[in-house]
Design a protein around this ligand. Structure first.
Ligand code: HEM
Length: 471
């Protein structure tokens, strides 16, 4: 194609013109994930948006996705508006931190996600699910619940229990509420064409300051209480592991082969500010994501009765009525495939962004240094180069004997060095919660197919009614 210029940016890839982009704005605001799917269909695997200040490319082919997130990850950091806005809430926690400080943090955080620590998720999920079942027991058979609302509460309770244990109920609630309020502002900022800088006392910025003050004081109380009980003999939760975290001086093995920067070396323990940032990061990253994925999975199960029957047969055969445990989750291979396939069709993290350091080439197009690169798991999970009949819900794609997806084609948890650290946590929680519910209930749809509301996470617009029928 012939290059043209918009503002100070050279446009060297196909994509909408500026007037077209203005015409598309309503669609972008209403259904951004679908907009990205349509944009690929219209313009191809690499698209450039006509932004006058910085080159902005959107890539969707699995090979390019693999290249940016894994093969040449060293060249692509997180200095993007998406992560800068998120960092207003999470600070430089593990999710938003740019490459230089990331490796030290990842090493310090890792023990909180080791197998033994994750085993705790099993116990916490069982407690939370049994509380749900007890509540539902009080409802008349055939009652309709809002799966979105119920899963949001359950997701918060599991991540809070795993993170803080159980003895901090009031502060945990205050922390979670303040986190959600602050995230609302992040979304509102992202949807405002010119958001004033954080120091301007605009209504949004004042709302953010209030939420952050609440967040900081609640996390401060949790940390103070925890320090007051240091040395007390208890089953360690994730916060205990973060406080105790101790990074080895350097770790050559973990720097190898994944394309990541070695990162800055820093103190071998987290400071109080860093602990605050990690706590908020886990609440942000580990709550709405799992909740949203569970909600969509319930929708898919309810609307595919033959899939539901298979899940129930597997659960009945493998568990015979007892509470599912962590080792059981590995045996429930059909249910796992259902969760994987739901994450393909409805990846909660529907967009990932990066900024290039040096020039690179993607799909034959030269990408200048300092370009923004947008990747959408939502769109790549529907790419015809990797997925046959992509819009059909078909869990058999993920059964153990099915061929593995093409590299870069399946990225609900990202890819490469910045792969989600909570992946096992999320999958375990999802499989155990669904398995336990399926022992007692069948679910059916109770409304029209949901439309998507893609803000920080992709969730069903207006909730998701599901009918509970006792088995
Ligand atoms: C279904 C549930 C989840 C989904 C779909 C999900 C998705 C993702 C994705 C796509 C990324 C990569 C972002 C990027 O490369 O820019 C990511 C990173 C991350 N996730 Fe998750 N996540 C889930 C659950 C969790 C849970 C339960 C936790 C923690 C309790 C968590 C903590 C994190 C953290 C800390 C990172 C940053 C890792 C790093 O950069 O080293 N996530 N997640």
């Amino acid at each position: 194609m012939n290059n043209r210029t918009v503002g100070r940016v050279v446009i060297n890839a196909p994509g909408p013109t500026t007037p077209q982009m203005f015409r598309d704005l309503i669609r972008v605001r209403k259904a951004p994930a679908e907009f990205l799917v349509e944009t690929r269909q219209k313009y191809g695997d690499i698209v450039q948006f006509p932004v006058p200040t910085v080159p902005v490319y959107y890539i969707s082919h699995p090979d390019d996705v693999d290249h940016v997130l894994r093969v040449n990850a060293r060249n692509y950091g997180k200095r993007t508006i998406q992560y800068q806005n998120l960092a207003l809430v999470t600070g430089d926690g593990l999710l938003a931190v740019d490459t230089p400080g990331w490796r030290r943090q990842r090493r310090l955080v890792q023990p909180a996600f080791h197998h033994e620590a994750i085993a705790r998720v099993g116990t916490d999920t069982a407690v939370v699910t049994d509380r749900l079942l007890a509540e539902w027991q009080q409802l008349p058979n055939g009652s309709v619940i809002d799966a979105d609302d119920v899963m949001m509460h359950a997701g918060l309770e599991v991540v809070s229990r795993s993170l803080f244990g159980t003895d901090l109920a009031g502060d945990v609630e205050a922390t979670a509420q303040a986190t959600l309020d602050a995230l609302d502002v992040v979304v509102a900022r992202a949807r405002t064409p010119i958001a004033p800088p954080p120091w301007v006392p605009s209504p949004l910025n004042r709302k953010m300051s209030k939420a952050l003050a609440q967040l900081d004081s609640a996390v401060g109380r949790i940390l103070a209480e925890r320090k007051g009980t240091a040395g007390v003999d208890r089953d360690p939760d994730m916060l205990d592991l973060l406080i105790a975290a101790n990074a080895p001086a350097d770790d050559a093995e973990s720097n190898a082969s994944n394309g990541a920067s070695n990162g800055a070396n820093g103190p071998d323990h987290f400071s109080d500010q860093e602990l605050r940032d990690q706590i908020v990061t886990f609440l942000v990253a580990g709550h709405e994501t799992v909740a949203s994925s569970l909600t969509w999975t319930w929708w898919l199960i309810a609307s595919h009765p033959h899939v539901q029957q298979k899940i129930q047969s597997e659960v009945d055969e493998k568990l015979g009525g007892r509470v599912p445990t962590v080792p059981d989750a590995r045996e429930l291979t059909y249910l796992q495939a259902v969760v994987d396939e739901a994450l393909r069709l409805y990846p909660p993290g529907w967009v990932i962004s990066r900024r290039s350091d040096e020039p690179d080439v993607l799909s034959g197009v030269e990408i200048p240094g300092a370009s923004v690169v947008i990747i959408s798991p939502w769109a790549t999970h529907r790419h015809p180069a990797a997925w046959h009949d992509a819009s059909t819900f078909d869990p058999t794609r993920f059964l153990p004997d099915a061929p593995a997806p093409k590299r870069g084609a399946y990225i609900p948890f990202g890819l490469g060095p910045r792969l989600c650290i909570g992946k096992d946590f999320a999958l375990l929680e999802s499989v155990l919660l669904i398995a336990r519910v399926m022992q007692f209930y069948s679910v059916t749809t109770a409304g029209a197919p949901p439309t998507t509301r893609a803000l920080v996470m992709a969730r069903p617009a207006g909730g998701l009614p599901i009918r509970l029928n006792r088995r």
